[in-house]
Design a protein around this ligand. Structure first.
Ligand code: FAD
Length: 281
């Protein structure tokens, strides 16, 4: 694993805003993040079932126009092969060189195209249609994907994405470093050497964090949950505690050789910037 902390690759994730005001705010957020630590790239999510296919493309175009290094997310579950190859052509024409490649969350309607069912199939499809044009990042789950039947099968499915041509992975967020270290041990045992970048979720709001963690299968350890519950409406103490916990996690991850950090910013800059300032880089 990489032990040179200075070479760490920092990236930030955005979602496509729904309003003009949201777009303006996003540009300010990007500027503030850039002024603080110049992330290597910004990724833009793709709504469940392809629901934001157009708005993802629009915000990607806007960021590219501003010379910002963007990595669009692309997911297969709600899009036809034709829609995906059209999108890949758009991205190629825009000069995009990195994609975060996913199956995607199953939409509430349960509707899927059934053309490409899993992320490894999308990785293969991108390699078949676009060769080596894109650096492909895939998702990794140190605490296992919520739909996985067994830890072993989940890891096998991760291996399939690497075999299909993924160049790197970004993890679901976690607060338990042992889960990540074990995942990395498993990679080593299986001769997987692609960088696996920890996804970092700042802690700023207890209710939304627990709601989201329940659906995506990320565990909030009891000692963190109890302390957050105890702060209840004391937002200032909750955020100070969250900052301390997540900054420690990031520092430990970098010390243990994580190749970088990917921040789930939720289109906000304050907490990501505050964590970055606490890193012992
Ligand atoms: P896969 O790797 O295909 O795995 C999905 C599940 O299927 C796993 O349980 C796996 O074990 C299982 N599986 C895989 N292959 C097979 C097989 N052949 N047979 C049986 N089971 C199999 N969602 C969005 O909608 N938009 C986004 O922009 C987005 N960005 C994300 C970014 C990151 C960094 C991460 C970690 C997640 C993101 N997600 C996003 C969420 C992601 O789409 C969901 O977690 C989704 O449910 C799984 O996507 P995947 O690419 O990991 O799927």
């Amino acid at each position: 694993m990489n032990t040179n902390k200075h070479a760490a690759i920092m990236s930030c994730e955005f979602f496509p805003p729904r309003t003009e005001a949201g777009v303006e705010k996003l540009l300010t957020t990007q500027q503030t993040l850039n002024d603080t630590f110049q992330p290597s790239y910004y990724s833009v999510t793709f709504g469940a079932g392809g629901t934001t296919r157009d708005s993802t493309l629009e915000i990607v175009k806007l960021l590219v126009k501003k010379n910002i290094n963007v990595a669009p997310h692309i997911s297969c579950i709600g899009s036809s092969k034709q829609q995906l190859s059209d999108l890949l052509e758009h991205y190629k024409a825009l000069g995009i060189t990195r994609l975060v490649t996913l199956r995607g969350d199953i939409p509430d309607s349960g509707e899927t195209t059934k053309e490409l069912s899993y992320a490894n199939e999308l990785v293969s499809f991108i390699r078949e249609t676009s060769g080596e044009n894109f650096t492909i990042e895939v998702a990794a789950y140190p605490e296992y994907h919520p739909e996985s039947k067994t830890p072993q099968s989940d890891f096998e499915h991760f291996k399939n994405k690497v075999a299909a041509g993924a160049n790197g992975a970004i993890t679901q967020y976690f607060y338990n470093i042992d889960a990540y270290m074990r995942f990395m041990d498993n990679c080593e045992k299986n001769n997987i050497s692609i960088p696996v970048t920890p996804g970092i979720m700042p802690i700023t709001n207890y209710a939304s964090l627990t709601r989201f963690s329940d659906t995506c299968g990320a565990e909030i350890p009891r000692w963190i949950r109890k302390q957050l519950e105890a702060y209840a409406d004391d937002k200032e103490s909750l955020q100070a505690f969250g900052l301390d916990v997540v900054s420690n996690l990031c520092n430990q991850l970098l010390e243990q050789g994580a190749p970088g950090l990917h921040f789930y910013t939720l289109n906000q800059s304050d907490s990501t910037n505050a964590i970055w300032k606490n890193l012992s880089l």
